[in-house]
Design a protein around this ligand. Structure first.
Ligand SMILES: Cc1cc2nc3c(=O)[nH]c(=O)nc-3n(C[C@H](O)[C@H](O)[C@H](O)COP(=O)(O)OP(=O)(O)OC[C@H]3O[C@@H](n4cnc5c(N)ncnc54)[C@H](O)[C@@H]3O)c2cc1C
Length: 413
């Protein structure tokens, strides 16, 4: 029997593609979906932070969408900006330096061409080498430091992979006159009732009796192919497919804590108001400055076209921070006013907070080497670890589905 830990996108996808019914899925939460859960109440639709979808592979797109009414899938052309000092400039920053005050524009342009740095070994050096000191210091470094909550020197040069909006000098110059701010998600799809619609659609393939909710796995005993649930029950497996964060898997196996893996936490405020907000065009806005406690604010109301402002607000913390969400709410509301997203006469109708821990893993050469070598050893014991956190990576749900499908094909050939 296959035992799958976690009923998020990766666990459900593995069950879908494994080609047999001899599996059980153990999920610690009372609902399926992992980080793709949605709260829908009081007229607001909120995900675990903004989840917007763009698929490269048409087969995967059809697979996730097959159980969703066509009219529920909105296709949106992304509109996003950066609050930079007293103005909003278009995202990505490096493509829109011509929208800065003249002196700052000249600094950015000069440094882009007169750049003493060529080689780079880590993420921070990559930003300096590719974009010059001014673009890096004005936006790329402060924004990413707020998001990752770590020194960017510790991240691998390719820590964000295809999700980083690289730009050549020629593209930057061309953009001064002919706008093309397209990034990997220039157009995205969003289900009207939130990310959970994709989860529900995938779960149509999963044999329902196999999902056991509210069942955290408390220990794994690789030598005798056995797991222990928190309830004390023990179950034998032939293969164990884990989708939980890698460091948690190692803890369940009994490995002592290591210092190689680190990550950030993201505190999300989903907030619904009684009126429309002041910004009715942006789908989300980036905030590099420390005077705002958040690094990004997104608008469900601008995406869904609803008339009451509905926001998600994201704050980054390191993995050791003790977060007290409700204490931070007044500061968040204050900063939203400062940022001219809400006005003083708007009232909060409803809100919720979510701590995503981990949210973004810190990708370094050392961490990747550690995970790869442990994965090999685990496979000898028939333990396979996949998913955004199981594989310790930066990815989308499409990547999770493809990884789960590949593993299912290899194991069940
Ligand atoms: C801020 C943020 C924004 C994102 N935006 C997007 C986006 O716009 N588009 C996109 O495609 N992707 C986005 N993602 C990525 C996406 O959320 C993930 O790729 C995906 O949800 C990961 O699914 P998973 O199944 O691998 O992991 P998870 O969703 O983490 O699922 C793991 C499951 O394991 C369960 N579990 C943990 N421990 C135990 C235990 N001991 N016993 C039993 N069960 C356990 C958990 O409860 C959870 O349900 C975003 C991620 C973040 C952090």
């Amino acid at each position: 029997m296959d035992i799958i830990i976690g009923a998020g996108i990766s666990g459900l996808s593995y069950a879908t593609f494994c080609g047999h019914n001899n599996y059980l899925i153990f999920e610690q939460s009372n609902r399926i979906g992992g980080y793709c859960k949605t709260t829908e109440r009081n007229g607001f639709v909120w995900d675990y932070s903004g989840h917007f979808f763009h698929f490269k592979n048409k087969d995967i797109e059809q697979f996730v969408a097959h159980g969703i009414p066509v009219n529920d899938l909105l296709t949106i052309h992304k509109h996003t900006q950066i609050r930079y000092k007293d103005r909003l400039i278009d995202y990505p920053f490096q493509m829109n330096i011509h929208q800065l005050p003249q002196q700052e524009f000249i600094e950015c342009l000069y440094d882009l061409f007169e750049n003493p740095m060529h080689g780079f070994l880590n993420f921070k050096e990559m930003l300096y080498a590719k974009f010059g000191k001014s673009i890096a210091d004005k936006f790329l470094i402060p924004y990413n430091s707020k998001l990752y909550a770590c020194d960017l020197n510790t991240l691998d040069k390719d820590a964000m992979g295809r999700f980083f909006p690289y730009a050549e000098k020629e593209q930057i110059i061309r953009n001064f006159k002919v706008t093309n701010n397209d990034t990997y998600n220039a157009t995205f799809v969003y289900p009207k009732h939130g990310a959970i619609q994709y989860v529900d659609s995938i779960s149509l393939h999963v044999h329902k009796d196999a999902i056991r909710l509210n069942e955290p796995i408390a220990a794994i005993h690789p030598n005798d192919h056995r797991i222990t649930l928190q309830s004390g029950e023990t179950i034998l497996y032939d293969r164990l497919i884990s989708t939980i964060p890698f460091h948690k898997l190692m803890e369940l196996i009994g490995e002592s804590k290591n210092d190689v893996l680190s990550w950030n936490q993201v505190l999300v405020f989903n907030i619904g108001f009684d009126k429309q907000g002041l910004d009715i065009t942006n789908h989300w806005i980036y905030f590099p400055e420390d005077k705002y406690c958040f690094y990004r604010v997104g608008s469900y109301s601008n995406i869904l076209g609803t008339d009451k402002c509905s926001l998600y607000v994201e704050l980054g913390f390191n993995n050791e921070a003790k977060i007290e969400p409700e204490k931070l709410l007044p500061r968040v509301l204050h900063d939203l006013q400062e940022a001219q997203i809400i006005s003083p006469n708007m009232s909060v109708v409803d809100h919720e907070t979510i701590i995503m821990n981990p949210a973004y893993v810190h990708i370094s050469a050392e961490a990747m080497q550690y995970v790869a070598s442990k994965k090999k050893l685990l496979a000898h014991d028939d333990i396979y670890t996949i998913g955004r956190y199981g594989s310790w990576t930066y990815c989308s749900i499409e990547d999770n589905i493809m990884e789960a499908k590949e593993l299912a094909n290899v194991l069940n050939r």
